[in-house]
Design a protein around this ligand. Structure first.
Ligand SMILES: Cc1cc2nc3c(=O)[nH]c(=O)nc-3n(C[C@H](O)[C@H](O)[C@H](O)COP(=O)(O)O)c2cc1C
Length: 227
């Protein structure tokens, strides 16, 4: 039995493309992997344990073995619970909308929470080593414009145009900093098998919204079956 952890960073609004496609993925996964455990971690529901002044002070006290306040103890306990849940999972589904070429702040906060030395990675004399090997992930993201449609060749064209100062009306994968960041953090943790499902262009081509959604739903179904 495997555990699938669904990490969802989306404000609770109607008609979300990323949530609709994410739900399709999870529903199909449940149908096709009936013995697996599925945990939904909704980052907007309870609030991700923060890295703030209380956390920093609690870590300092922990390091120097000083007594902590109840608030500090409670916050560190929440950090540990969320981190244990992340480490224990076998597979991950990250779901989010693109906000300003990046991930919603809650997803960044989640990645801050999970980047813990000796838990998800360690530093060695040969550089950092990820500790979460043998796991896999999928990133499901909706964006109003198109970043990945034209593939690697699109990125090359984008770079050439940039080098010659030619304005490009197409976006490029290089401008999807959120996916790049998430993929790199997962690699840093040792998770190198990261699939992608981009639901793109529904704001740029409003008349094609339903078609974009239908295609992504079909893709979600087929990817979930073999995930
Ligand atoms: C605050 C905000 C920032 C956004 N930034 C971008 C952006 O940088 N690039 C883009 O293509 N779309 C951007 N969008 C559009 C959303 O990514 C798009 O509408 C997407 O479908 C939202 O996901 P959802 O349908 O799951 O809610 C932004 C939307 C909002 C509300």
């Amino acid at each position: 039995m495997s555990t699938l952890l669904v990490i969802q960073a989306h404000p609770h609004i109607e008609n979300s493309l990323s949530l609709t496609v994410g739900k399709q993925f999870v529903d199909t996964y449940k149908e096709t992997h009936p013995n697996d455990q599925v945990i939904i971690r909704d980052l907007y529901a309870k609030g991700v344990p923060p890295l703030n002044d209380v956390t920093m002070e609690a870590w300092r006290k922990q390091k120097f073995d000083e007594p902590m306040t109840e608030e500090e103890k409670d916050l560190l306990k929440r950090h540990e619970e969320w981190l244990d849940e992340f480490i224990s999972a076998d597979k991950y589904v990250f779901i989010n909308p693109m906000y300003n070429h990046f991930l919603p702040a809650e997803m960044k906060q989640y990645l801050d929470l999970t980047a813990v030395a000796h838990k998800t990675f360690k530093y060695t004399s040969n550089g950092p080593v990820g500790l979460l090997t043998g796991k896999k992930a999928i990133h499901i993201q909706a964006a109003g414009s198109e970043y990945h449609k034209s593939g690697k060749w699109g990125t090359v064209k984008f770079l050439i145009k940039k080098a010659f100062g030619i304005k490009s009306k197409e976006s490029s994968a290089l401008m999807d900093l959120g996916d790049m960041y998430l993929t790199n953090m997962l690699k840093f943790y040792g998770i190198t098998d990261v699939e992608k499902l981009f639901v793109e262009g529904a704001d740029a081509h409003r008349d094609q919204r339903q078609k974009i959604l239908d295609n992504a739903l079909a893709e979600a179904k087929s990817m979930a079956k073999v995930f």
